[in-house]
Design a protein around this ligand. Structure first.
Ligand SMILES: Cc1cc2nc3c(=O)[nH]c(=O)nc-3n(C[C@H](O)[C@H](O)[C@H](O)COP(=O)(O)OP(=O)(O)OC[C@H]3O[C@@H](n4cnc5c(N)ncnc54)[C@H](O)[C@@H]3O)c2cc1C
Length: 295
């Protein structure tokens, strides 16, 4: 199928994009990498009357890293972040998760900000933003505001962006000392959306005891799900008993659906298995960072 007819604007600067969006807030869509939007247009699941292409706003293509974390702009492609050494030293979960986003060709074009505001609960980066408690900067012609990840995702493919707002920047906090991260997913073929995916951040104290365990999930809930499983490790140990308890808690908490790819029961089981794997890997990562002083 071909897209329904639409007007096309390609502004040269953010201010022009914001003004155009303000004038057509109800019927325009922002076009970033197009890796999600163009298929939707072609299938006529979306039919905006105007596309505002932000690909000439090169000022929004950057990865900035400092001690607090990583900031990247609306035109930063997945691959730019995946290959940015400083960003991945500061927050190693970025590359660990980005490697599972589709295929390299799609990561070369698709933007991480676009993926996050597209808000697909089967996508990797919305789950990462939620788990890391990152934030999004939103700009409109009236001003700017920052929204925390917990307030961004309000429903399936739905965010709290207001009409006329462009997400200009995302911030992902740096990994604290003594913490480790991991990401795993199961998909039918490499590059497909996951049947279930899980990420973990495990915090340890200087003596190596586990002090906090959080996990994030994709494809098992309507919006990216985060669980605090610290209580399962209240003795500070990463024992098999505690891991099994954490896996059971995760299986009980997720709310997957059956579709043509997998049953809800299978996804629930995967959530439990992946939870144990990512917590163990994140703990190993924390130990390696502590011993090696590396990421
Ligand atoms: C074959 C295939 C497989 C894929 N597999 C995966 C996968 O496994 N995991 C995964 O996470 N993704 C996958 N994707 C999607 C890919 O990651 C996209 O890049 C991403 O979802 C959207 O980024 P984009 O820049 O292409 O956004 P676009 O497609 O341009 O836009 C997506 C939506 O976000 C809005 N938008 C974009 N940028 C902004 C902004 N700055 N401010 C406000 N609104 C904005 C658009 O209006 C649109 O509604 C796949 C895509 C394809 C084609």
């Amino acid at each position: 199928m071909k897209p329904a007819p639409f007007a096309y604007l390609r502004p040269e600067c953010l201010q022009d994009a914001l003004e155009a969006y303000a004038d057509h807030a109800d019927d325009a869509k922002i076009l970033a990498g197009g890796q999600s939007l163009i298929p939707l247009l072609s299938m006529r699941l979306a039919a905006p009357t105007m596309l505002i292409d932000i690909n000439r706003l090169t000022e929004l293509s950057y990865v900035h890293t400092d001690a607090s974390g990583v900031r990247f702009g609306a035109l930063t492609r997945h691959a730019q972040i995946e290959h940015d050494k400083r960003a991945n030293r500061a927050q190693p979960l970025l590359r660990k998760a980005l490697r599972s986003v589709a295929h390299p060709t799609i990561r070369n074009r698709g933007t991480t900000v676009g993926s996050i505001v597209h808000a697909d609960a089967a996508a990797e980066m919305p789950a990462v933003l939620r788990l890391l408690e990152g934030s999004v900067t939103l700009r409109s012609h009236e001003g700017s505001r920052e929204v925390g990840a917990e307030d961004l995702f309000v429903g399936p493919l739905e965010t709290s962006l207001a009409a006329g707002e462009i997400a200009t920047e995302i911030f992902m906090p740096a990994l604290p000392a003594g913490a480790g991260v991991a990401f795993e997913e199961i998909s039918r073929r490499r590059g497909d959306y996951a049947l279930c995916g899980a990420a973990a951040i495990v915090q340890t104290d200087p003596g190596g005891a586990v002090t906090s365990v959080k996990t994030g999930y994709l494809s098992v809930s309507e919006t990216p799900l985060v669980l605090d499983l610290s209580d399962a490790f209240d003795d500070g140990e990463l024992s098999q008993t505690n891991l099994t308890g954490a896996g059971e808690l995760a299986s009980a908490a997720v709310q997957p659906e059956t579709d043509i790819h997998a049953t809800a029961d299978y996804r629930r089981q995967l959530a439990g298995v992946l939870t144990k794997q990512v917590i163990e890997q994140a703990h190993n990562h924390a130990s390696a960072r502590t011993i090696g002083g590396s990421q």
